[in-house]
Write a protein that binds this ligand. Structure first.
Ligand SMILES: [Fe+2]
Length: 176
């Protein structure tokens, strides 16, 4: 049995605060993409779904004179750094295994390379999956951050995904 479920993560006030800012619908969609990609890659979907769910919790807004300032955002954005830190703190607080919390935080840190120095980083499977899951749900102009989802439907989808993760983990953990 997993120590921390997606429901534990999703319903925590810290996650709720930041996910409503960056888009609950986007977070849930990415978690589902990450599940499929993890299964396809033959890795445990537990960390992939958690990382994808939390990948944007470091988002904040840049305003100049009350107006959204995209240039400023592009220039100063560190949402992946903030997100990795927030996710790590939240997961540890919930009782996540420290190794898993670190892997999840690293995948969040590397989910976008817009702020990283030039050059190719060699990413592991989990890190590539979280990046890909995000890209699969992207809409032009950042619209994916503003797509709406009903609260009850979001909870229902998270519960269902928890069940899906548990179902594949059973045979996986048996072989270890
Ligand atoms: Fe995203």
């Amino acid at each position: 049995m997993r120590k921390v479920t997606l429901m534990d993560v999703f319903t925590h006030p810290v996650a709720q605060k930041y996910l409503t800012r960056s888009g609950v619908a986007h977070a849930v969609a990415c978690a589902y993409h990450a599940y499929r990609l993890a299964i396809k890659a033959g890795i445990d979907p537990d960390m992939a779904t958690k990382a994808a769910l939390l990948h944007d919790i470091g988002h904040y807004e840049w305003y100049t004179d009350g107006e959204w300032d995209y240039d400023k955002y592009k220039q100063y954005d560190i949402h992946a750094i903030k997100g990795a830190e927030r996710a790590h703190k939240l997961l540890i607080r919930l009782g996540e295994e420290p190794k898993a919390a670190k892997e999840i935080a690293l995948a969040i840190l590397l989910h976008t390379d817009s702020y990283l120095p030039e050059g190719d980083l060699e990413k592991n499977k989990l890190q590539r999956i979280v990046k890909k899951a995000d890209e699969l749900d992207e809409e032009p102009g950042g619209n994916h951050h503003y797509r709406k989802i009903d609260d009850r439907l979001a909870i229902q989808k998270i519960k269902q995904l928890d069940q899906m993760v548990d179902d594949v983990r059973l045979p996986m953990t048996k072989t270890v």
